[in-house]
Design a binder for this molecule. Structure first.
Ligand SMILES: [Zn+2]
Length: 100
């Protein structure tokens, strides 16, 4: 019998059920758009701090946004661009060549 209500705040750390990640992934775009409530921002940021895969996911999405915005804004730093290029190359590589 653990203290009732303790599970309220659990779920970010050590919850590898997948639901927290799916939930966070769902909100990443909203987070980047600045359309989340401060409370939700806090939740997602906490998850990102505890979950490397999600943290790198938001990193990639942020980078892609930066590239998309490049037309009407400054170019992203070279380090970021090459990092994104690496990710995109990996994605393309996974698809495999459609040769033959
Ligand atoms: Zn996660």
């Amino acid at each position: 019998m653990s203290a009732p209500g303790a599970a309220d705040r659990a779920g970010v750390h050590g919850a590898h059920g997948g639901a927290p990640c799916a939930d966070a992934a769902d909100r990443l775009d909203l987070l980047l758009d600045g359309e989340l409530d401060p409370v939700e921002v806090d939740e997602v940021r906490r998850h990102l701090a505890a979950c490397a895969p999600c943290a790198s996911e938001v990193d990639v999405r942020e980078g892609i946004r930066a590239l998309l915005r490049r037309d009407c804004a400054e170019a992203p730093p070279p380090a970021l661009s090459s990092r994104i290029r690496g990710v995109l190359t990996t994605l393309v590589d996974e698809e495999g060549p459609t040769d033959g």
